[in-house]
Design a binder for this molecule. Structure first.
Ligand code: ADP
Length: 485
């Protein structure tokens, strides 16, 4: 059991209409620690009926929340931000316990998650309209932006805090209300946010959390209920496509942050030490379980061996273990399904000729742990060229020319993040313009910040989160033609 300074942050009920609620059926499901399989809590296993009630509560809360001034909403959101930062250590512990990431990374995520609340509390004050020069002397054209209404959000387990705040902060700042279904592996971080939201004075019904192990049923209600005007989803491409289809019935606006297959390109003019440092962050953070993790490391032939050797030196220094242990850089993967996939992808690559430089198997620390791995002699016909690995495995592909690297990088249906290391300014422009991705890290391995627009193209998604663009997804444009002047 995880020891918290503020024990009330460990909530084991869902949060609907400002009240802590159990499931109608009385059923619950277990939340476990992926490092040792031990149960942390039981949370309500809700279904369509409870989801409907949460949506109706959000609908009832909407008029009063929308009617507040942006500054009034900002003051409440600011308070929420401050309470989250004050509880950073407890929230980080809760996250490491249910998700597995090293405590230092969990602390970082809590601050990152909170930063969206701080940012959007301010940005909500700047949802400006327009006055457009008119097409007739007796008319004036005005444009206002209004909150879209009730927002449903479905979030994953890999960032149990930030994936919620990234959606809810702009929604609430814009005057929307929200119902969230967190990932079933990590509902405790979500419920702790609800506890702090309540303390911050977010009114009943404005922020609701429905916990469930039956994502299909809850998702079905969220996507079919006509009250919900917008669905914001972060997760796999397959589920995103399904939800988009389901939203068609009531023509909801959708934002989708889906899978990635990030290329990480090292050109021959790169600063190799910087490239190794960037690759370590981009590849191995959160045990490789992020949608912007380098999935395919493409290295120019003339620097391939040197880069592989330097990367191997850095990987050897990594420490695998429970996220609570001092100095651990790599925690467990989230569950058996996650580790089985990594194992399958590595075995398939090895069966086709890949060479394991380091790692390549489960780690002795426990059944969910995988050794940080480097594979060389990999090729495009291996599944890990086209599939998101979501684990601490770095396959190093070799290329000869710039054109070849660009073609390889773009040879995927995904288009979220891409990284490349080069010093030649002409090359930096050429490659930046040619890469079909929503986010580029150029001589940089960490690209997430609340001030920049995060999102993908192609089958990696629709919409942007963070920055001034992140609020657009939660507003509707209304054009008013004022005649008779
Ligand atoms: P991952 O493989 O990273 O868990 P998923 O797309 O399966 O990615 O999960 C992301 C979120 O989507 C989670 O909250 C999960 O419960 C939810 N989810 C999974 N399947 C469905 C579905 N059919 N309908 C609605 N939500 C779903």
């Amino acid at each position: 059991m995880v020891q918290l300074t503020d024990a009330k942050l460990l909530r084991d009920k869902a949060y609907i209409d400002g009240a802590w609620a159990g499931a109608d059926s009385g059923k619950s499901f277990a939340v476990t620690n992926p490092a040792d399989g031990k149960e942390l809590a039981q949370v309500p296993d809700m279904g369509a009926a409870e989801t409907r009630r949460a949506i109706e509560a959000a609908d009832r809360a909407l008029p009063a929340w929308r009617a507040k001034t942006a500054k009034e909403r900002a003051n409440i959101l600011r308070k929420w931000y401050e309470l989250i930062m004050a509880a950073q250590e407890d929230l980080a512990k809760l996250m490491t316990a249910e998700q597995g990431k090293p405590l230092a990374e969990a602390r970082g995520e809590v601050a990152y998650g909170a930063s969206f609340i701080e940012w959007f509390a301010e940005e909500g004050k700047r949802i400006y309209g327009d006055v457009i020069p008119s097409h007739g002397a007796d008319k004036r054209i005005l444009v206002i932006k209004q909150p879209i209404g009730v927002v449903a959000a479905i979030t994953p387990w890999n960032f149990p805090n930030a994936m919620i705040t990234r959606k809810v902060a702009p929604a609430l700042a814009a005057g929307c209300t929200a119902v969230i279904k967190p990932g079933e592996d990590t509902p405790l971080s979500a419920l702790a946010l609800a506890e702090l939201a309540e303390r911050a004075g977010i009114p009943a019904g404005v922020f609701n959390i429905v916990t469930t192990s039956n994502a299909k049923e809850v998702g079905g209600e969220m996507t079919s209920n006509p009250i919900v005007r917008k669905l914001s989803f972060t997760g796999s491409t397959g589920v995103g496509k399904l939800l988009m289809e389901q939203c068609a019935g009531t023509v909801k606006k959708v934002s989708l942050e889906l899978g990635g297959n990030a290329p990480f390109i090292v050109f021959d003019d790169a600063d190799l030490d910087a490239a190794v440092a960037g690759a370590m962050m981009s590849k191995y953070r959160n045990a490789g379980q992020t949608c912007v993790c380098a999935n395919r490391i493409l290295v120019q032939a003339s620097v391939y061996d040197a880069f592989a050797a330097k990367l191997a030196d850095a990987v050897r220094k990594m420490k695998v273990g429970s996220g609570f242990e001092e100095g651990v850089t790599t925690g467990p993967l989230i569950n058996e399904k996650g580790i089985a996939k990594v194992e399958r992808l590595v075995q398939e690559a090895v069966s086709k000729g890949a060479k394991v430089e380091i790692g390549g198997k489960r780690h002795a620390a426990g059944s969910n742990f995988y050794e940080p791995t480097i594979l060389t002699n990999v090729s495009k016909d291996m599944e890990l060229f086209s599939e998101e690995i979501f684990g601490p495995v770095a396959p190093l592909f070799k290329f000869d020319t710039e054109d070849e690297a660009i073609a390889m990088a773009n040879d995927t249906q995904y288009g979220l993040a891409a990284y490349f290391y080069a010093r030649d300014i002409g090359r930096i422009w050429r490659v930046s313009e040619a890469l079909e991705y929503g986010i580029l890290g150029i001589n940089e391995g960490i690209i997430s910040t609340e001030v920049a627009p995060f999102g993908g193209i192609k089958e990696s998604g629709i919409g942007r989160e963070g920055s001034k663009y992140g609020v657009d997804d939660f507003t509707e444009i209304k054009y008013m033609c004022l005649g008779g002047i």
